[in-house]
Write a protein that binds this ligand. Structure first.
Ligand code: AVJ
Ligand code: FE
Length: 440
């Protein structure tokens, strides 16, 4: 057994332990009744997420990688996300909270046993510990979903965390111009990158300008206050129909009272903070705001080039700030805080081109739909990405304060329906500027 393999095992074990600690916080903060009920038809009961986390871990780590006997084969169907819509999950004969906790614990003990013994090379699923990385990312993704469920629940605050840094870098230009030319999008090198991030491939992007920071609450409030939600000209036909039908007047969780905007955030009412990135807006609201300021949303390749391209070397970085794993100085990730940080709070996390807060704080809507990269191959299962390809979904990039560092990187791709607002999503704007197209 090589030292490398030992380091990999330690790294995978630490990542799995961290994701489980977070799942325990999210499911330990409320009583059994709140765990089992549905807080919104958009979401599963928390206890479904918990057992589903165990079920995926059983399928991939215990049965497939480990070749072990099934732990609870009779519940596979209950926790198959494609068999039951979220709205229907509370009516299923789910494991009770106590049973779900016992189940995920039992599966985890077996998964650790597999991690101790299985070769981490020779088979693509286990090469460099991929399956373990995939499962810990899966748990973290559901943890972020559970955090969104917490934001939707009513009642007293049960989650607590310190506020993010309020210090900020001095005034900066509002936009950064990204010179036209080709850059390497996606990755073939990142060991735990998921199928839709692969392979690395050159993409030509024309010269454009992108906002230095995500759009703030104050900026977005100006759009709402000036009547933006009532003026058809800012909206696409689809967006306008949606706004009319649902009577949208502001981001989700905002409320107008005493001449100002308030919001409810994880059980606490507070005035909407002016300098924080706006969140809980859908793609249509982002698109309308961008048009109102005379801009547009960035495309997904534009977003990734702004985040990863280093003009000094011509290479694409793993993260905006370079190759290092995210630290607390780089980005607001991992539910360390329960809110996005003010614009300018992470100067050490800026990209080579000088764009700030691309990773962390809020997911950012782009104008692109979900397409495979040239050379895409579904791995290890079609239901992770491939079944979602097409015009129905919009891409989100960069992760939020509720995304763990293990589950985001410069190449990471997320997607959702253009009407969704319960996710921790905001946006920044871009626009065309004249410039050389950079050749190649
Ligand atoms: C990539 C976040 C869109 O939560 O629907 C979780 C991740 N896939 N279980 C989702 C996922 C299967 C997925 N997103
Ligand atoms: Fe899942």
């Amino acid at each position: 057994r090589s030292l490398d393999a030992d380091a990999l095992r330690t790294h995978a074990a630490a990542a799995l332990t961290r994701s489980r600690a977070r799942s325990e916080v999210l499911t330990g903060a409320v009583d059994d009744e709140e765990l089992s009920k549905q807080h919104s038809p958009l979401m599963s009961p928390l206890v479904w997420d918990l057992a589903h986390i165990g079920s995926q871990e059983e399928l991939w780590l215990v049965r497939d990688v480990g070749g072990r006997e099934p732990v609870r084969p009779e519940i596979d169907e209950l926790y198959d996300a494609f068999k039951h819509a979220r709205a229907d999950r509370p009516g299923l004969p789910l494991l009770s909270p106590a049973e779900a906790r016992a189940y995920v614990g039992q599966v985890r003990r077996k998964a650790f046993d597999v991690l101790d013994t299985v070769p981490l090379r020779g088979r693509r699923l286990t090469e460099a510990g991929f399956a373990f990385g995939m499962i810990t990312q899966h748990e973290q993704q559901h943890d972020e979903t559970m955090l969104a469920t917490h934001q939707l629940r009513t009642g007293e605050a049960v989650l607590h965390a310190p506020d993010p840094p309020a210090r900020r870098t001095g005034p900066l230009p509002a936009e950064v111009v990204v010179p036209g030319g080709s850059f390497l999008m996606g990755t073939s090198a990142e060991p735990w990158a998921l199928d839709n991030e692969r392979p690395a491939h050159p993409v030509h992007v024309g010269t454009f300008a992108i906002d230095t920071f995500p759009v703030t609450n104050a900026e977005f409030a100006a759009f709402a206050d000036s009547g933006g939600y009532r003026q058809e000209r800012w909206w696409t036909a689809e967006g306008w129909a949606h706004v009319q039908r649902h009577g949208l007047i502001a981001p989700r969780f905002w409320r107008r009272e005493g001449g100002r905007w308030w919001r409810r955030r994880f059980g606490i009412d507070e005035p909407v903070p002016a300098d924080e990135p706006v969140q809980h807006v859908c793609f249509h609201e982002a698109q309308a705001y961008a048009r109102w300021v005379g801009k547009r949303l960035p495309t997904e390749p534009e977003w990734e080039k702004a985040a990863r391209f280093d003009p000094a070397t011509g290479h694409s970085r793993r993260y905006p700030w370079g190759e290092q794993e995210p630290g607390p100085e780089h980005a607001n990730l991992g539910q360390r805080h329960l809110r996005p940080a003010v614009a300018g709070a992470y100067p050490a996390g800026a990209s080579a081109l000088g764009v700030h807060q691309l990773v962390g704080d809020v997911w950012e809507w782009t104008s692109s739909d979900f397409r495979p990269y040239p050379g895409f191959a579904a791995f290890p299962y079609q239901e992770y990405s491939e079944v979602f390809f097409g015009p129905g979904y919009r891409m989100l990039r960069g992760g939020s304060f509720g995304t763990d560092a293990a589950a985001v990187r410069g190449s990471f791709r997320n997607w959702d329906l253009p009407v969704r607002r319960q996710i921790f999503a905001g946006f920044r704007c871009a626009r065309d500027v004249a410039g050389p197209d950079g050749g190649n």
